[in-house]
Design a protein around this ligand. Structure first.
Ligand code: SF4
Length: 86
């Protein structure tokens, strides 16, 4: 249920951002997250690719991408990178 709330939050903010813009602090957070995603090998376009895997930065456990659309996920304050990068 937590993940569903994050998905709804992210997509709602993405829609708002297209129309009127989101809170500047949320925009800054999302931009910083997306800069990290830009350098991540499991990113495929605008998606955290579930067919690719990397190691979690803290546990070092092999972990697959979450499958989320990054432009929406990055706007959800409580969302987390599956590899622990943000
Ligand atoms: S959310 Fe994390 S694992 Fe997914 S593309 Fe961004 S940095 Fe990589």
């Amino acid at each position: 249920m937590k993940k569903l709330g994050q998905i709804i939050d992210g997509w709602s903010k993405l829609a708002l951002d297209k129309v009127a813009g989101v809170d500047p602090l949320i925009r800054k957070m999302a931009d910083e997250r997306l800069q990290i995603c830009d350098r991540c090998p499991i990113r495929s376009g605008n998606r955290c690719d579930p067919n690719k895997a990397g190691n979690h930065v803290e546990t070092h456990a092999p972990t697959r991408g979450c499958g989320c659309i990054l432009s929406a996920k990055a706007l959800a304050a409580t969302a987390e990178c599956p590899l622990g990068k943000w």
